[in-house]
Design a binder for this molecule. Sequence first.
Ligand code: ASP
Length: 441
Amino acid sequence: MKERIVVAKFGGTSVADAGQVRKISDIVRSDPARRFIVVSAPGKRFSDDIKVTDLLLDLYEKAKAGEPFAAELRQIKMRFREIINGLGISFPLDEEFEILEQSLRTEPMRDYTASRGEYLTAKIVAKYLGFTFVDPAWCVCFDQDGHLNGPMTSRTMCASLLPLNRAVIAGFYGSDMSGVIHTFERGGSDITGSLAACAVGADLYENWTDVSGLYAADPRIVENPETVSYMSYRELRTLSYMGASVLHSDAVLSASELEIPINIRNTDRPEDAGTMIVRHLPSGVIKNPVTGVSGRKGMSVIQIEKVMVSDGSGFSALMLDILKERALPFEYCLTGIDSITLVIRKDLLDDCKEDLFEEIRETLHPDFIGLRENQSLIAVTGEKATESSDANVRVLEKLTSKGIEISTINQGAGKLNLLIGVPEERYEDAIRAIYEFRQSL
Ligand code: ASP
């Protein structure tokens, strides 16, 4: 039988200081299947603290502007010195910082500088665990335009990692064919973890962070929301797109393609099972029909009316072409018999509102264009809700019973998959009402 392989990624708070790295070591040692470890750079130790990646970016800006940067460099070195001393290991920190300083003096490079947090953390953690250090510059392949080369990365990572028994891989970056370092977006170590899990054909991708999984609602709005035990990839994508942030969305995409389950775990409470993200719920799992609710403020709703929009004359297609030409993304578009409703982020729309409306008038000759601003959009998901479930209707009833005006409703096909527009000033009330409804089921 194939040996179980787990890829475990530890986020910034899990490597913030020596005490946290010790916890990682206990977690890793408690399951021999945890063979491949991916780490972020040290994050915040307390709420006012600064993440090492932010310190590095600041350092780069100083060096690029030709300003003195010795104090910034010293501050970052101190963070690593404390970790090394706290772990009681020997590590050539002076040599590493000489190399970084040299690069800043000669040719400061943003991505290279930003990546040093993960690079040093992975080297230190590897030394502490007695694992092999893997520099993703060897195996996470970018094209020269800075985009990930997925197929090449998958082949190279598989060839680099599988022969190793145990390894620590730095998250967040890779390099192109000429060796130039490129980073992912912020939070990109999640992507490295997911790429590693796919490359080695892992049975599980663990994502260790500072919460015991994904909450059913935003804890800043709902007091002590429940943690969701199981969730589908699709639900996670919807909830994170709408604002619930725990995992980078690209990381979910690659793991879901190979159906590798993702387990969100808490480094400070390893005894908690966390949230399991899977394609299909295992049979026998009892789950609330409403998985979760999340949303975003700052939306504008445009209503364009014209008799018989849907008569096949291509009105909707022309409308979408106008948006495409302007590279203006929309959150969703609903076409009815005599109207099209578009929900667009207000900040994006504000940049081009007058021009856009003018173009719509000239090209499409609508009967009416209406605009509602200060709206929010709320997503409610529930894969377990059956086709015949009335959960969607009851969610809407709950909102109206609280006097919350609903400006738009988009009911996606299958299961519970609702996008609801409500005025911004009732956003928090709406989230609380839907969560309350969830808890009553
Ligand atoms: N250290 C990087 C950041 O702060 C990447 C990561 O933590 O995933 O965004």
